[in-house]
Design a protein around this ligand. Sequence first.
Ligand code: CYT
Length: 290
Amino acid sequence: SMPSLLPVKDDIATIAEFLLEATNYRPSILVVCGSGLGSLSKCLENTVTIHYDDIPKFPKSTVAGHAGELVFGEIQGVQVVCMRGRFHTYEGHDIRTTTLPIRVMCMIGVKFLIVTNAAGALNDSYNVGDVMIMADHLNMPGLAGKHPLVGPNDDRFGERFTPLSDAYDVKLQNLAWRMAKQHDMTDKVRRNGVYCFVSGPTYETPTECRLLRLVGGDSVGMSTVPEVIVARHCGMKTLGLSLITNKVVMPGSQRTAIPASHQEVLDAALATQAQLEEYVRDLMIAIGTE
Ligand code: CYT
């Protein structure tokens, strides 16, 4: 292969080395906690918490509802690391920065990504509190070149061209559906969902929502897709879950509809938290022991 143009020890390697020193955990699963979903780490035992501020070269998180820490721990012998707080491009981070933690976790041996987000429903049959199993995505900024893999390929992680037809692992989607049955959640877990990634920080206009719906979008949010792309580039298997926190406003309904707000998003997350914690805990166990 071509000699690497990158320095031998970059920020990713520096952070990975720091984390390998800071804990004996060697997690196989990374859980990225979306807005208001930091409690997904609550099920972990014997935890080691490391604040982003205390990690050399780690980006800084700026959004309310995002704590800004890594929680390492275990559940029934499965080692897991949770990111409580993620990085978004709308905070002003470079898109490569938003996905840097994924590569760090790849370097320390993580094989599975469970990525969660708070999202608006484009699909009118979805309700607030539903959990959408991601089957595909639409990367609006990515189609215009705002994409985390633009630039020289980093051969440490993967190849130049990454297929995304299998971005969301079918076995993990099926597992998530079986788990929904076990948890009596089939009325609120939605299969085969398409998540649309938009840049934010504004919520979408009614016409933008109609555009996304017309091409098959079921939910819309401001995260997740860059992380999934970088996870697939380095070969992680990915399960994506969207918590539906609001119904978007479509053209014609502005007079009666309530505009989206961050408080509404956090309130909806809070209302579903307890059930989602148990659901994701059992997914961690199932994925880690398979
Ligand atoms: N809601 C959300 N758009 C929405 O309507 N949580 C993200 C983006």
